[in-house]
Design a protein around this ligand. Structure first.
Ligand code: NAG
Ligand code: NAG
Ligand code: NAG
Ligand code: NAG
Ligand code: NAG
Length: 487
């Protein structure tokens, strides 16, 4: 039975959301060590005045919070297992077959036992309600190739993973732990932005209107002030668009490629997602095969790309053309490795040849430089991982994807922008044994940076979902006896 008699405003006031950041910081920091997890701004997050009345579950949400409590407890138990010296080998088998020892896992994952448990709990319990309001092309659709691939693919995969097929999507919002706003900022830019106007107001109003529609038609947004809702965008302007609704910006879980902590990205609340460039919708053929070992990699490090933004400018000013034999850095003018050695024609070569050359360089380099461009994220990170090349993040304020689970230092190198002049020295200083260890890490995490169709366990789609699940675990809806409900 529906809670028909309650006036919307009264229901909103009674059913408050309570963020348990202080209590569950133990979970996030202790188990997964999210750096930068923070207590939400109390003036913008909902009141916690009803915390004392917790416990009386209404007939409307019979088990959602209890399920989450059980999951939290199980993850905490698993986390303790890891801290005890003799960790179970079960996660080892689960991650990679019997050949991976716990020590290697523990190097790559912050806490393999806790991650394993959290992931399994997610598979067993996590349900997402996708709002059905709205029509393509701006809602329920997005790009499925090129640089913003992940936007369209995530929407598509989540919407398809619904009953009767097994999946995370539920048609019953009362059983949902999280609510997805299926808009595409890339599509908004395509259809609502006036080129060269630099006017982002139309994007903000589209987001505002959509949130208003779902908040007026359903009780769920007001109940949590958006805190159990999430959006996803890979577009540079995704963070801006989310400002269309102040509650979405302040409380909602924003899954973004452009995860710049200097622009309001909050690692404990928001989700950093990988940028993946599927030029024609599939993983580039050249990246599918096995990747060469170190002996077949004559170059220390490699970069080719445009002079976008101040980080790239600094990199190109220092390193472009300086040392092509060991440290090739190009501003687009990549010499051919596949053709007749005619580099003067490189701009005219067909895109596919250029792409082959680009990946050939990645396969022949130990490190692949991934400097920020106009924005912090770079598709090079995923490409490097697939090419077996250790990514070198050169950025300021970038919160890399899945960092609450993965130890980025076990499969990448991070260099501050100020150290660009010393870049070669820094990389040369890394001993070969350590480079091999980093490459072991790259091999182990590759599955998390692979987009499968249909989605597979532990792939990029599921890692994004798991990041949302973790943030939902950090938040709790309070429950009250609802007088007007029958149950
Ligand atoms: C949620 O709150 C908004 C703004 O206060 C209000 O306009 C809307 O009707 C509320 N929604 C519901 C379902 O009560
Ligand atoms: C909290 O939010 C209020 C109102 O939105 C703002 O004035 C204040 O500066 C914020 N505080 C922090 C620490 O972000
Ligand atoms: C871990 O525990 C198992 C069974 O309890 C025991 O056989 C094994 O020797 C222990 N390993 C270490 C490294 O303590
Ligand atoms: C190299 O490419 C340029 C531009 O396509 C062409 O004009 C030139 O003849 C080529 N040279 C050789 C040696 O192939
Ligand atoms: C991150 O945001 C800050 C503040 O807007 C900006 O100055 C910086 O350039 C951004 N970082 C990158 C790499 O774009």
């Amino acid at each position: 039975m529906r809670m028909a008699a309650a006036a919307p405003a009264a229901a909103a006031a009674r059913l408050r959301a309570v963020a348990l950041w202080a209590a569950l910081l133990v979970l996030v920091v202790g188990v997964f060590s999210v750096s930068g997890a923070e207590v939400p701004n109390s003036s913008s997050s909902p009141s916690s005045s009803h915390l004392g009345q917790q416990g009386a579950f209404t007939s409307r949400r019979p088990s959602v919070e209890r399920e989450l409590d059980a999951a939290r407890a199980a993850i905490r138990r698993a986390a303790r297992l890891h801290r005890g010296s003799n960790a179970s080998s079960a996660p080892g088998r689960w991650f990679r077959g019997d050949d991976v020892d716990y020590a290697l896992l523990a190097r790559v994952y912050r806490n393999p036992a806790a991650f394993h448990r959290s992931y399994v709990e997610m598979e067993r319990r996590f349900k997402v309600y996708v709002y059905t309001e709205g029509e393509p092309p701006i809602l329920h659709a997005g790009p499925c190739k090129n640089i913003y691939t992940i936007e369209g693919r995530f929407i598509e995969q989540l919407e398809l993973l619904a009953p009767p097929a097994a999946g995370v999507r539920t048609w019953d919002p009362d059983r949902a732990h999280a609510f997805f706003l299926p808009f595409s900022v890339v599509q908004m830019v395509h259809f609502a932005y006036r080129p060269l106007s630099y006017d982002r107001a139309p994007l903000l109003s589209l987001v505002r209107d959509y949130v208003r529609v779902v908040a007026s038609r359903h009780p769920f947004w007001n109940r949590s002030a958006g805190a159990d809702h999430f959006m996803l965008s890979c577009h540079d302007w995704g963070p801006d668009a989310s400002k269309g609704d102040p509650e979405l910006y302040a409380n909602g879980i924003r899954a973004l490629c452009n995860a710049n902590t200097s622009e309001g990205f909050r690692p404990g609340k928001d989700v950093s997602i990988p940028e993946i460039n599927l030029y024609d919708g599939d993983t580039p053929r050249q990246l599918l095969g096995p990747s060469p070992g170190l002996s077949a990699r004559p170059y220390l490090a490699f970069f080719a790309g445009g002079r976008h933004g101040h980080v790239r400018d600094l990199l190109l000013r220092h390193w472009k053309g300086r040392d092509p034999a060991t440290f090739p850095v190009y501003e687009y003018d990549l010499p051919s490795t596949t053709g007749n050695g005619n580099s003067s024609g490189s701009h005219n070569r067909r895109g596919r040849d250029r792409q082959s050359d680009y990946f050939a360089y990645m396969h022949r380099s130990r490190f692949c430089l991934c400097p920020s461009g106009h924005e912090v994220a770079s598709p090079r990170v995923v490409e490097a991982i697939h090419a077996g090349c250790v990514p070198v993040l050169v950025s300021g304020g970038y919160a890399p994807p899945f960092a609450d689970v993965l130890r980025w230092e076990s499969f990448s190198v991070s260099v501050p922008v100020a150290d660009i002049p010393r870049l070669k020295e820094v990389l040369e200083g890394i001993p070969t044994a350590e480079v091999e260890r980093l490459r072991d890490g790259v091999r182990l995490v590759k599955r998390h940076f692979t987009l499968r169709q249909p989605p597979e366990r532990l792939d990029m789609f599921h890692m994004i979902l798991h990041s949302v699940w973790l943030r939902r675990l950090n938040f709790r809806l309070d429950h009250y006896p609802v007088q007007n409900s029958v149950g």
